[in-house]
Design a protein around this ligand. Structure first.
Ligand code: NG1
Ligand code: ZN
Length: 533
């Protein structure tokens, strides 16, 4: 095995002079640095699959990043992100100094973790539409061949589709079977749940979906072939779906563009009043918006999707008579608009938990509820339903037609929402179902609460690691004294809130501020940024 291992490793050398770290999005960087990194992630996935005797997934994508970037991340058997302890093992393998050192580290990990290298193992992988992905999946297959690890190439998929596949394979034949582990199975599952969750209602008006010129475009188009137009009324126009010119990926389009620029993509020219949404480059984030003929652009981000979903589901749970039995909660990060937190706690009367940035934190906090709704403000999120909740939807004996209706809708909604990870396609269907049930336009949805004006600024600092936080990243522990200065400053603003933290994905600090007025939010952000600088 050693000779085969070393020969394969030599084909995929690591670029020297870099320290690589498995971050919130796995390893993500310029694609030309990733060949050796990806080979080594393949080795890690093989080890993990042998350790757990399960199928592990690998996704090659750089999501909303520009086209020259790419990334690689590992998906655990349940379809969840890689367990945190293993992130360190990934970092260790990737930073091995030489091919021999890599082999040594690989064997040491296997022995430390008591992994039988003769155990079967199984890894599946997919990539988004970036051309650099082709070379990277070749690095993966070389890693599997070199270690005799069975593998399967799922081709081009969205990130949530790969998470779905991983879970389906691992739950197949068990009471928790998630679905058919094929792309076709994915479309059928969500199309079927969509029809059921609408319960005879029809979606009103057309929806224009901006796919960021990424993998979401062709996949959404495939999906729509499975949706009966007559039964659902669902009429979709897909835009920004050019995947043949890769340089267009995430250019002036997509969920990240809309959220960070707070405007609609310039192309195609926005039609006033029409209902829009945007996916990001790997279709795991979703943002809705419309351009009002009178007041201009209005965006409905992850906080809005979260509060809409939580409100709808909590009402159904009450109508189903399960509100004493099932605990519903909402999970946010510090970037959630304070008005959304206030609306969920005060108006919807639901508990809100705040976690550090990064989906894995939100996901794990959401799992502690029977129904846990989590979204980052940027539009990544989902709603998790526990086994108990799903059992209650199925087994509760309804005492009235209204109760039966609520139980059936809850069962369908729990199938409609991707249980593995945030999924733009599945979340979009959820939003469409809720709007159809409530007979709401985007404008009706927008009136539920008024966002506090806010500002997010990036501050380039000499050493971002000097900024350490506590209280779910809302307060600075270091540098000493800085938090006191921020507190003093925030006090001067009505409804003021501000925090600073080191970015996990960029070499910078981010400062977020909100306050009662636009000018106050801007001023507060600028002041805090000055302290940080
Ligand atoms: P960082 O760079 O740690 O702020 C960003 C996003 C996160 C998340 C990760 C990717 C903001 C403020 N931060 O994290 O929400 O999407 O990228 O995992 O949007
Ligand atoms: Zn993404």
């Amino acid at each position: 095995m050693d000779a085969k291992f070393l020969a394969a490793s030599e084909k995929h050398p690591i670029v020297e002079g870099h320290v690589f770290q498995y971050g919130t999005a796995g390893f993500r960087m310029k694609a030309d640095l990733l060949d050796g990194v990806t080979f080594r992630v393949g080795l890690l996935a093989g080890l993990r699959s042998r350790k757990l005797n399960s199928t592990i997934g690998i996704m090659i994508t750089a999501s909303h990043n520009p086209f020259p970037d790419n990334g690689v991340k590992v998906v655990d058997p349940s379809g969840d992100m890689l367990e945190q302890e293993w992130e360190a093992f990934a970092t260790q393998l990737v930073n091995a100094k030489s091919h021999d050192d890599l082999l040594k580290t690989y064997k040491e990990l296997a022995s430390k973790l008591k992994i039988d290298l003769g155990a079967p193992g199984d890894v599946i992988y997919a990539r988004d539409t970036r051309p650099s992905g082709r070379k990277l999946v070749a690095a993966l297959s070389d890693a599997f061949e070199a270690t005799d690890t069975p593998y399967h190439d799922c081709g081009i998929l969205t990130t949530p589709q790969l998470h779905y596949m991983t879970r389906c394979i691992n739950t197949s034949g068990t009471p928790q079977a998630y679905g058919e582990p094929t792309e076709e199975g994915y479309y059928k599952k969500f199309a079927d749940a969509f029809v059921k969750a609408l319960k005879g209602r029809k979606v009103q008006g057309d929806l224009i979906v901006d796919c960021s010129n990424g993998v979401g475009g062709p996949k959404l188009s495939q999906f729509l072939k499975h949706v009966p137009r007559d039964k659902t009324g669902f009429k979709v126009k897909i835009v920004n779906d050019d995947v043949l010119r890769p340089e267009l990926l995430n250019q002036e389009s997509g969920a990240d563009f809309v959220k960070t620029k707070q405007r609609a993509p310039p192309s195609p020219k926005p039609v006033p009043g029409a209902r829009y949404c945007s996916f990001d480059g790997d279709a795991d984030r979703l943002i809705y918006y419309w351009t009002d003929p009178d007041t201009g652009f209005f965006m409905l981000d992850g906080d809005r999707i979260s509060s809409l979903a939580a409100s709808f589901i909590a009402d159904l749970v009450r109508s189903a008579g399960l509100d004493q039995e099932l605990r519903i909660g909402v999970v946010q990060t510090a970037y959630a608009n304070g008005a959304s937190t206030n609306y969920i706690e005060k108006h919807l009367q639901l508990p809100v938990v705040c976690t550090p940035t990064g989906v894995k934190h939100l996901h794990h906090a959401a799992m502690k509820f029977d129904i846990g709704c989590y979204f980052e403000a940027n539009g990544h999120g989902t709603v998790l339903f526990s086994i108990d909740a799903r059992r209650a939807f199925r087994d509760t004996e309804p005492q009235s037609p209204a109760q039966k209706d609520a139980l059936d809708t809850l069962a369908a909604v729990s199938d409609l929402v991707n249980q593995t990870v945030g999924d733009a396609l599945s979340d979009m269907l959820l939003v469409e179902v809720i709007l159809a049930h409530k007979k709401w336009s985007l404008k009706d949805w927008a009136t539920t609460y008024t966002d506090l004006p806010n500002r997010l600024v990036k501050v380039e600092v000499a050493n971002k690691d000097a900024f350490t936080t506590y209280d779910a990243e809302r307060r600075l522990e270091n540098p000493p004294g800085l938090q006191d200065k921020i507190d003093e400053c925030v006090k001067k603003y009505t409804n003021g809130r501000a925090f600073a933290r080191a970015s996990g994905t960029e070499n910078a600090c981010r400062v977020y501020a909100e306050a009662a007025t636009r000018s106050e939010a801007d001023e507060l952000a600028a002041r805090v940024a000055e302290y940080v600088n």
